[in-house]
Design a protein around this ligand. Structure first.
Ligand code: 0RQ
Length: 505
């Protein structure tokens, strides 16, 4: 353990997770490391949850606000939510207990674009950060930190927090040292300069996090792996979605709109995203690159097979099996992966410059291509917008994918109107389901509607969607984006009342 804590004074601040957690006070805002189940603190949050539960049992109020990079794991989000210890949580989460608390109205949740979090903290939009709790791989002699399996917002938390608690996790492979790129050149307006990154593989910063040792109030040792982020083997629908996307890429290359090696890929979370990556592994494209936020199993496979030449991300979000393979073969990946702060991995300037191809999963799309990625039936949060907006708005191409139905066919994922919109029709170029792919570029709203129904909707729901369109065109005062306002959300209302969107016979 000690070989990972080389700074003498910080070695003197070693303590148990319980003692460290006691330094976090009721009402504090805590910036935690962690991005899609990678690099989150493994011990202090659970100890904090125990203290919170004890305080509640003694009749004392105790809540903290929690900022992270993105989703963490049961040991952090789950434990604190179960203890009713979170006043407000930001940004992206995907924990079932946390989700339940938010939907029960017992926890506030602020779902913001992942690229906005660090700059909002710097702008002072979010208030003061009291404590940072950050997992690292090691502490160097001069106090700089070797980052863990994710970078997320750690740079900002370490800079902004009054007090710092470090978790040094000896389960993080030492070979990760050198695979991070911390850019310290982001300024505040009006002093910002162009970010000097023109290829996904460009190194523009330093390998280590800077940290003022005087702010470090505790160092805790852990030896625990990241969350096991498992993927289901691609099912038939996912394979077909992947097939449509690959065919589309081939078409774009043939038309001369995409180079043979495509453009840097961004791929979201979930099984469908992973299936698309698996599809690319079997496809004709070589020398691919990725400029993305999460490097998941499918992307590691592509790196392994050589199809993917380089990946820039902010987190390694792997299953335990893929992690073992990665750790055993780190030397092979070292020069082909860079982990960056999420303000860089998701930066609109860079996504636009590089011409990223954004591919993200959704809950539902409406006839005109408005996308709901976050809210089930309009009011219940699923996960959050994550980085999908950072990439979709600014990418070369923004592709959204979903099976055409959910819950055994009782829900159509193509609806007349989405009761919540995360990505407006203006940010959406392609919608794809297992039924087919709608290329919406250059089309007006009514043209988009026709294509989305005929290409993407499930055949069981197509007649009702066509019928809605016709009646909306006849009855809508505006013929640009026709709607029957009193009926537009009736499919969702019907599902909530009867358990199915299908019209009753
Ligand atoms: O729920 O497992 O309980 O049945 O939603 O759906 O089809 O497995 O799809 O795993 O790709 O997730 C939008 C959630 C899709 C994800 C979402 C139900 C469905 C199932 C999952 P069950 P699938 P995926 C990068 C970018 C936003 C953030 C983002 C997501 C569950 O892709 O969170 O893109 N995206 N970030 O049954 C009711 C519908 C439904 C529905 C699906 N229309 N109505 N339930 N479901 N459609 C990553 C980060 O930024 C960190």
């Amino acid at each position: 353990h000690d070989s990972r804590i080389l700074h003498p004074a910080l070695r003197g601040r070693l303590m148990s997770a319980d003692d460290a957690a006691r330094l976090i006070l009721p009402g504090d805002t805590v910036g935690m490391s962690g991005f899609t189940g990678a690099g989150y603190p493994k011990a202090v949050p659970a100890a904090l949850a125990r203290h919170i539960s004890a305080a509640h049992a003694a009749g004392q109020p105790f809540k903290v606000s929690v900022w992270t990079g993105a989703s963490t794991a049961p040991e952090l989000d789950g434990a604190l939510a179960a203890a009713d210890g979170v006043e407000l949580r930001l940004p992206y989460q995907s924990d079932p207990v946390c989700r339940q608390r938010i939907n029960d109205g017992r926890m506030e949740y602020l779902d913001i674009h992942l690229s906005h979090v660090a700059q909002f903290a710097w702008f002072g939009f979010l208030g003061k950060l009291d404590v940072a709790v950050v997992e690292v791989a090691a502490i160097l002699e001069d106090g700089r930190l070797v980052p863990s399996t994710s970078v997320g917002n750690n740079k900002t938390w370490l800079d902004q927090a009054d007090k710092i608690i470090l978790e040094v996790n000896s389960a993080v492979p030492a070979g990760l040292d050198g695979m991070h790129d911390l850019y310290y050149g982001t300024q505040l307006p009006p002093h910002r300069k162009p970010i000097p990154l023109v290829r996904p593989s460009d190194r523009i910063g330093e390998p280590y996090l800077r940290c003022n040792p005087d702010k470090v109030i505790a160092v805790v040792q852990t030896d625990a792996p990241d969350r096991d982020t498992r993927f289901a083997a691609p099912d038939e629908a996912s394979r077909r979605i992947a097939g449509h996307i690959l065919e589309f890429f081939a078409h774009e290359v043939a038309k001369g709109r995409l180079p043979a090696e495509l453009l840097p890929l961004q791929s979201g979370v979930g099984n469908i995203a992973n299936a698309v990556l698996a599809g690319l592994g079997d496809g004709p494209f070589e020398n691919l690159t990725a400029f993305t936020e999460v490097l998941q199993d499918g992307m590691l496979d592509l790196l392994g097979s050589g199809k993917l030449a380089f990946a820039s991300a902010t987190a390694l979000s792997l299953s335990s099996q893929a992690r073992e393979a990665f750790n055993a073969d780190l030397a092979r990946y070292r020069s082909r992966i860079l982990l960056r702060p999420q303000e860089i991995s998701n930066h609109p300037e860079l996504v636009r410059r590089l011409g990223v191809i954004a591919m993200n999963g959704i809950i539902e799309a409406d006839l005109y291509g408005n996308i709901n990625s976050t809210h089930v039936m309009g009011t219940q949060i699923m996960n959050g917008i994550g980085g999908s907006g950072d990439f979709a708005r600014n990418g070369f191409l923004s592709i959204f994918m979903t099976p055409s139905t959910a819950k055994g066919g009782s829900i159509s994922c193509i609806v007349p109107m989405t009761p919540h919109v995360d990505h407006t029709e203006h940010d959406v170029q392609v919608v794809v389901t297992e039924q087919g792919l709608a290329d919406l570029r250059g089309l007006s709203p009514k043209q988009r509607a026709r294509l989305i129904i005929e290409r993407c909707a499930h055949p069981d729901y197509r007649p009702a969607l066509r019928d809605y369109c016709q009646r909306a065109l006849a009855g809508s005062p505006g013929k640009h984006t026709p709607h029957l306002l009193e009926e537009a959300l009736s499919w969702h209302v019907r599902y909530l009342r009867s358990g199915s969107m299908a019209a009753q016979a």
